[in-house]
Design a protein around this ligand. Structure first.
Ligand SMILES: Nc1ncnc2c1ncn2[C@@H]1O[C@H](COP(=O)(O)OP(=O)(O)O)[C@@H](O)[C@H]1O
Ligand SMILES: O=P(O)(O)O[C@H]1O[C@H](CO)[C@@H](O[C@H]2O[C@H](CO)[C@@H](O)[C@H](O)[C@H]2O)[C@H](O)[C@H]1O
Length: 453
């Protein structure tokens, strides 16, 4: 598309930049340029796929254009191109329908390939609406049938979300949403995943609200035994452990595993230390725990246990697991979010996902303590909830993977590494929650319950 053609479909530069800077996923600071704009549906409304470049990153947008913007789309307005209104296309069911049509037809438009494996369409076409909850990318939900997720930030190559879903699907893993297609194109001459299409998991409940409702129920009641509380979560935690172990085994079967050599082990532990260096520079509250953390990292090398490496989920927490009526389903396999594209595809110990899931149970147990009046009274019971659910998750995991070392130096170190990353994440986005991962680090290092009372 020539510059003059792009001008006809893009909002004025100042309008576009103002809108971009109001988006939580946009991290660019310098000027933004349009790398390509592809008309996916002509007429009124028009659908345009846009790749923008700025500050060394690529962003993907879906724009709608209309001669007149109806009231119901005013909230999605970005600006104007000529005398047409430009808005976010995901809010317009006429345009989201056009995307699904492209998948059904396995269309290719100017190098954008809609690779679809959709079941035959029912008589009623599902309406595509933006996913309402918090998210990093941009997902469109089609009725109770499909989820189409556009990655906001594009990086050249196959996205792990696609690679891991395809691998797990190929061995019949029951704990994923079945892959139904992908939008691909070339970026820097490399085949790149722009979007993934998955089966919608109907009637799914997210793990985070389930677990935190259980904690709330236990803490609100008079009892001292989480097992006796009505909202006990332990059976679910055990099933989740089983599901994660199955996903790990299926990833080993489909994509292989390897034993880390001595150099890899040194590098692995070195990376833990480097992340701590960065975190210490950013969060001084970590300083009292530095020596203890480093000792636990070095214990991995001293233990001399072989480290097996494989592809893992990478960011497994209770907000990434959906309880369907049948089983737990893991979503969002984009990989370790802290770091670049290379970090996301790096084989890791299975302990990585076990550690992040255990950290998430600690978060669930602790979040009601933040700002609570009666921390001293709540703390021992939150600890009981955590101990029970941690054990249940681990029991489930080792039931399927009995060789996994729950008491090894590796799991302890990886859990602490995740907590260090969490401290940085919270410091930046939710400072009042820093206390959650910090208390876990303090307790691991000092051996004492460490919530500030
Ligand atoms: N296949 C699916 N079926 C039903 N809901 C889903 C599915 N995939 C994702 N979700 C829901 O969408 C939310 C966001 O999905 P996710 O892949 O984590 O997107 P993001 O990367 O934008 O955060 C999830 O927390 C989950 O509630
Ligand atoms: O946005 P993502 O889902 O990729 O994950 C990032 O944000 C998460 C939420 O802030 C963050 O998770 C942390 O908080 C969760 C509770 O909100 C808790 O369950 C997780 O254990 C904890 O790590 C995640 O670390 C970050 O990568």
């Amino acid at each position: 598309m020539t510059t003059s053609e792009a001008v006809e479909v893009l909002p004025a530069p100042d309008q576009l930049e103002r809108w971009l800077r109001s988006q939580h996923w946009f991290r660019g600071r310098g000027p933004v340029t349009c790398e390509r704009a592809t008309v996916l549906r002509d007429g009124d409304p028009t659908l345009v796929h846009v790749v923008l470049a700025g500050d060394g990153r690529r962003y993907q947008l879906l724009l709608g254009l209309r001669d007149e913007l109806p009231e119901r789309l005013v909230h999605a307005r970005i600006g104007t191109a000529g005398d047409r209104a430009v808005y976010e296309a995901v809010y317009d069911p006429e345009l989201t329908a056009a995307l699904l049509d492209h998948f059904e037809e396995s269309a290719e438009v100017d190098g954008l390939r809609f690779r679809g494996a959709l079941p035959p369409r029912y008589t009623d076409a599902p309406v595509g609406r933006p996913f309402p909850g918090p998210q990093r990318n941009c997902s469109i939900v089609y009725g109770q049938r499909h989820v189409l997720k556009f990655f906001r930030v594009l990086e050249p190559g196959d996205n792990p979300e696609l690679v891991l879903h395809d691998a797990l699907h190929s061995v019949g893993d029951p704990h994923i949403a079945a892959p139904q297609g992908a939008l691909e194109s070339e970026l820097d001459g490399v085949r790149t995943t722009f979007a993934v299409l998955h089966e919608f998991v109907p009637l799914g409940a997210l793990g985070w609200p389930m677990a935190t409702a259980s904690v709330r129920d236990f803490l609100a009641g008079p009892g001292e035994d989480p097992q006796a509380a009505g909202g006990d979560f332990a059976a679910e935690a055990r099933r989740l452990g089983l599901a994660v172990a199955r996903v790990h085994a299926d990833l080993r079967d489909s994509l292989g595993e390897q034993t880390a050599g001595p150099d890899d082990e040194v590098e692995f532990v070195g990376a833990l230390h480097r992340r701590l260096d960065d975190a210490l520079a950013w969060v001084p509250a970590l300083a009292p725990f530095e020596a203890g953390l480093r000792a636990r990292y070095d214990a991995v090398l001293e233990a001399g246990e072989p480290i097996r490496l494989q592809r893992v989920h990478g960011d497994l927490h209770l907000g990434q697991v959906l309880r369907s009526p049948h089983t737990w389903v893991l979503v969002d396999f984009e990989g370790e979010p802290h770091g670049g594209a290379a970090e996301r595809v790096r084989p890791r110990p299975a302990a990585h996902d076990v550690a992040t899931a255990l950290r998430s149970l600690h978060y669930a147990a602790s979040q009601l303590l933040v700002g609570a009046d009666d921390v001293a009274g709540l703390l021992p019971r939150a600890a009981k909830w955590l101990a029970r659910n941690r054990k249940a998750f681990c029991d489930g995991y080792v039931e399927l993977s009995p060789e996994f070392r729950l008491d090894g130096a590796l799991l302890a170190a990886v859990e602490l590494d995740r907590a260090v990353l969490e401290v940085c994440h919270e410091q930046r986005f939710r400072p009042e929650w820093v206390v959650i991962p910090l208390s876990a680090i303090a307790e691991a290092v000092t051996g004492e319950p460490a919530w500030p009372v």
